[in-house]
Ligand binder design. Structure first.
Ligand SMILES: Nc1nc2c(c(=O)[nH]1)N[C@@H](CN(C=O)c1ccc(C(=O)N[C@@H](CCC(=O)O)C(=O)O)cc1)CN2
Length: 297
């Protein structure tokens, strides 16, 4: 079997178009232009690229981008002060603090300081609680992207057995809840799971979010399964020239694509969905803050 490659780049572009259309409607009907503030602390090269892309795509969708770049040595108190300022700014509908933060800053404290109504990352305990309860709210971007791509590939997810490998706050935990809300039977696996390969082999939907290069092998995949690879690992690629690197996922793509029914590539799979979902969340936040009903994006 050769798996269908799930085109995250194309799906993300379609979602960004829907977002831009919704932004135009908000402007026309309500004189509202949503604003997204993104805060970067430090010099992490990957984070710098993600933040630049967020700003670029925010503007391309017709929204206002507020970029805050702070030095590595910024104190937690100074960052909390900026968050408080953004919470109070009526032009800011969404706030995202790029992760990872420098080690001297308590990430939980920063996330909890964000106004839940502006928490377009969907990580505030209030929004996490809404997902647990199956209520509408702001949903973390990468997990939402995973569910959109799985539905794109196999349609209704009802009754499917989903195995999520990894239990991070950013991806593993929320994606398992979102899949439950789609009526999946969900198993959450992690470093202490006994016989991980055989659990993975039971998955109709296998979500890999462990951050370990090509850990999920082809013989861990059930024939015909839908494989969603969240990993973004940069490895040396001497075949491309000295000092060159390339991105690979948490799944051994060549092996897995011979067994799976559908699979996301890395790059070009889940990654592009993250920013598209962030833009969609910003529109949702802008509407809800003004008492307008959320639209389906
Ligand atoms: N506050 C947050 N921090 C981080 C999040 C997040 O959702 N909220 N997610 C990741 C990084 N991230 C967005 O912030 C992100 C990761 C990957 C991509 C992406 O488009 N990847 C491309 C490859 C890009 C490349 O060449 O490096 C792909 O997979 O095709 C976008 C956004 C951690 N931090």
């Amino acid at each position: 079997m050769t798996a269908t490659i799930i085109d995250g780049k194309a799906r993300a572009a379609a979602l960004r178009e829907d977002v831009a259309a919704e932004v135009a409607t908000l402007k026309r009907d309500h004189d509202v232009t949503p604003g997204l503030a993104v805060v970067l602390v430090g010099e992490d090269p990957a984070s710098k690229v993600y933040v630049a892309n967020k700003a670029k795509q925010t503007v391309a969708a017709g929204m206002v981008s507020f970029e805050h770049k702070l030095p590595e040595e910024t104190s937690e108190a100074a960052l909390l002060e900026l968050v408080a300022h953004l919470n109070a700014d009526p032009d800011v509908d969404g706030i995202l603090v790029q992760m990872p933060l420098p080690k001297h800053i308590d990430t939980d404290r920063v996330v909890e300081a964000i106004d839940p109504a502006k928490d377009v990352d969907g990580l505030h305990p209030m929004n996490a609680g809404r997902i647990v309860l199956g209520r509408p709210g702001l949903v973390p971007c990468t997990p939402r992207g995973c569910v959109i791509l799985a539905k794109e590939a196999i349609g209704d997810l009802t009754g499917k057995h989903a195995v999520v490998v990894g239990r991070s706050i950013l991806v593993g935990k929320p994606v398992s809840l979102l899949l439950q809300n789609e009526n999946c039977t969900v198993s959450m696996a992690h470093s202490r799971t006994v016989d991980l390969p055989s659990l993975c082999r039971q998955a109709d939907i296998l979500v890999a979010a462990v951050g370990r290069t090509e850990m999920i092998r082809g013989d861990w995949v059930k024939p015909g399964a839908c494989v969603i690879d969240v990993g973004i690992n940069r490895i040396p690629a001497p075949e491309r020239g000295e000092g060159k690197t390339r991105l690979v996922g948490d799944v051994a793509f060549e092996e897995a694509s011979k067994v799976a029914g559908a699979i996301t590539p890395v790059p070009g799979g889940v990654g592009p969905m993250t920013i598209a979902c962030l833009l969609a969340n910003t529109v949702t936040a802008a509407r809800l803050r003004r008492g307008l009903p959320a639209v389906d994006l």
